[in-house]
Design a protein around this ligand. Sequence first.
Ligand SMILES: [Zn+2]
Length: 485
Amino acid sequence: MNQVFRKYCILIICFVISNQCIGQQIRVFESAKCNKDSYFVNVLKPEIQSKAPVVNRIIQFILNSNERNKTYEELAEFVDTFGGRLSGSPALENSTDYLIAKLQNENLDHVYTEDVLVPKWERGTEWAQMVEPRAQRLGILGMAGSASTPKGGLKAEVLVCNSMEELNDISNDKIKDKIVLLNTNRVNGSYIKFKLDGTRMVADGGGVAVMFRSYAKDTVYSPHAGIIRYYSKDTQIPVVSIAAEDSDLLHRLSKRGVKVMVNLHLESTFYGMTRSRNLMADLVGTQYPGESVVVSAHLDSWDVGQGAIDDGAGVFISWRALSLIKKLGLKTKRTLKLILFTGHEMGRFGSKAYVEKHSQNLQNTSVILNSDYGTFRPFGLTLSARNTRAQCIVYEVLQLLHKINATELVVGKSYDLTQSDGNEFMRAGIPASGLLNDNTKHWYYSHTNADTMSAINPYYLDLCSIVWTAASYVLADLTEMLPKD
Ligand SMILES: [Zn+2]
C-alpha cells in the first residue's frame, strides 16, 4: 500500500468519526528534520537504538513461541463468553470481573478499579417492514436513548431527504405523519449534532419517526449502532439507523414516485445512570515509578456483534503488552499503566472520569497509547503531538520494527488522530498515539452485528501486538518522557 493511499485511509476514519477532519493537515512524518536536533541525534537516538535486541526478543517471542496466536485465542474465549458488553449491562461488569482475575493471576502490580457512572440503556424488540409497494424486512438498529414506538408499533409513509438542506426546505405539511429517512452520510460538523438537529426538524414538522442512513460509506448490509440525544421532550420521536442498502432502495423507489409504507416497531428503555468501572493494572517502573506510559483501550462495546474489533482486540493487545513484558522478565524505568475504559460508546464516560480524577498528576504521563481503530495489518503508529522531538522519538522507536515492516509514523498537525479515549488525555496536553493499520474496512464491522472474531486475522493481531508491546516497552524505558507541546 503506498503512502498516498494510507493517508487517504486516515482521512476516511476522520470523516466517519467526526466529519471534521477533511481538509485538515495530516502527513507521513519526514524524519530528515530530526537530524537538526543535536540532542536527539547524540543522546536520544542512540538510546532508542540500543533497545533493538530487546525489540527483537519481543518479535521472536510473539511470533515463534507458544505465545503465537495466544492473543487471538484469549480474545476469542473472552468475546465468545461475554458477547457484546454494553455500558451498564451485566455482561460488561462480568467481563470486567473476568479480566480482573486474569490480571491478578499474572501478578501484575496494583490491579484495581475506579467507579464511573455510565448510562444504562437496553434495546428491546425492534423491526421494520416495508409493506408497500411490496413486503420486505428492512435492516435497522434503534439508536441508544431513542423513544419507543407506541405499543403495537406505527405504520407510516416514508419521506426521503438526501440532505439536511433538503429537509430544511420541505414544508411541515409534507413531513407531518411521515417516517423521514435522512439518506445521507455527508455531514458538516458533528454527526451527533446532525442527528440532534435532524430529529428536531422532523419532530417539529409533525413527523412520527426518523431513519438515519447508516453512517459508514461502504458496508455489507450492516446498520450501525449509535446514540441519539434530544433537544427537548417535544422532539422525542423514535430514531433508527437503517442499512445503507435499504436506504438506497427507499431512495430509488421514492425517486420514481412510488409510495413507500413502513411498519416500525421499536422498544427502547433508558434506566438512568449506573455504576461501572475503569480497570487498571501497573508494571511499576524501576527508576521513575511516579511517571507512566499508558496503554489503553475500551472494555465496553455495543450490544450488537461481539465487540471483537471494537474494542476487544484493543483491550487484548494492551493487556498482552504488559503481560508479555512481564513474561520476558523485562523491567522499565517508568511505570507501564494499563487502562481499560468503561462507558466509551455512550460518550467516553470512562476516560473523562479518569482524566478528571487524576488531573493533579496527569502531567506525569509520558504518552497514552490507545487502540480503538482496528488491529488489521499494522504499518506503524499515529501520533497526536505537535512537538517535533516527540515525533522524532516515536519515529525512531518504530525503526526498530523494520523486520515486520511497521516503521511508519503519521502525525497530525492540529487535531487528535486517535479520535477516541486518547482525546481526553490530549486535551490535557498529553501526547496520544494509536495503531496505524490497514483499517479501510474497519467500519464494515465496527458498531455492527458483523463485529465478531471472524473479522480478525490472528497473524495481523500478533503483528499489532508486537507494535504495541515494543512501543510500550521502549517509551516506558527511555530516560526521558516524551516532550509535551
Ligand atoms: Zn471503539
